[in-house]
Ligand binder design. Structure first.
Ligand SMILES: Cc1cc2nc3c(=O)[nH]c(=O)nc-3n(C[C@H](O)[C@H](O)[C@H](O)COP(=O)(O)OP(=O)(O)OC[C@H]3O[C@@H](n4cnc5c(N)ncnc54)[C@H](O)[C@@H]3O)c2cc1C
Ligand code: FES
Length: 238
């Protein structure tokens, strides 16, 4: 959860709540670790964060929540990984890609973007190993990134891979349906409006397939796809 140290509200108003972010990269240095974030400015909180100048203070609370699990923990026969990122949802995949590589687990990366203006974060990846899609056709396949996933799973022994997805709710729902149809294990990194980030406010609760709810900030934001009936959760995405 991130908040600017100063001017974290319009003058005279109460401060905004902190905003939820994925760590996009972490780089060890001589005096600590540098954390990188990808910020899409869509409202007052993210606009203030995008406007931070070098040296300005930032409140950081974290790490919070539950991360992705290795393929072998999701399905017995899954030895590889397919990462599907859409828009600002590519943010968690550079680190996850690296972790998988360090563990000797093969991973294929599929990234999709609306247009050139919304294609930030591509430089976090080695482009030679990434397959791309864009809605406007400016790069890679013209069409949704989920087209690439369908093709990949058709040619594959589908159950040999686990799928990991992060992106807008519509994209997550298509990934969930494709994987459910082919009985491929999948995890979805989901969004819900988050006020506290550590389980106290219930603002991030989403419904579960078998009834009941989960707090996405502590039991997610990574969710096993078969735990939910739909990724189209009211209030999620932007
Ligand atoms: C686990 C998690 C990880 C995230 N990682 C990133 C990231 O790496 N980079 C990034 O740019 N953004 C990320 N987000 C989204 C980011 O937190 C929201 O964009 C931010 O809270 C919006 O705040 P705002 O004040 O700018 O806009 P607001 O005024 O709060 O919202 C503007 C619009 O977006 C909608 N909205 C706001 N927050 C959310 C939310 N959390 N979920 C769904 N809809 C929302 C609102 O309903 C409104 O329509 C993440 C969210 C979550 C929950
Ligand atoms: S954000 Fe407060 S309980 Fe999840």
């Amino acid at each position: 959860m991130l908040a600017a140290g100063k001017q974290w509200a319009a003058t005279g108003e109460r401060p905004y709540l902190p905003r939820a972010f994925s760590v996009a990269d972490s780089v060890p240095g001589d005096d600590g670790i540098r954390l990188d974030f990808l910020v899409e400015a869509i409202g007052p909180g993210t606009e203030r964060l995008a406007d931070l100048k070098p040296g300005e203070g930032l409140w950081v609370t974290g790490p919070l929540g539950r991360p992705f699990s290795p393929p072998g923990e999701l399905a017995g026969g899954a030895a590889g990984a397919i990462l599907v990122g859409g828009g600002i949802g590519v943010a968690p995949f550079a680190i996850w890609r690296r972790r998988l590589s360090q563990a000797g687990i093969p991973a294929r990366v599929l990234l999709g973007f609306r247009d050139r203006a919304h294609a930030g974060g591509l430089d976090l990846f080695d482009c030679s190993e990434v397959r791309l899609a864009s809605d406007d056709g400016h790069i890679g396949h013209r069409g949704p990134v989920t087209d690439l996933l369908s093709v990949l799973l058709e040619g594959d022994d589908a159950s040999s891979a686990a799928v990991y997805a992060c992106g807008p709710p519509g994209m997550l729902e298509v990934v969930r349906e494709i994987c459910a149809g082919r009985e491929v294990a999948a995890q979805l990194a989901m969004e819900a409006p988050m006020a506290c980030g550590f389980g106290a406010c219930m603002g991030c609760a989403i419904p579960l397939a078998g009834g009941g709810y989960m707090r996405l900030c502590v039991e997610g934001p990574v969710v096993d796809a078969d735990r939910i009936e739909t990724a189209l959760v009211p209030g999620s995405g932007h």
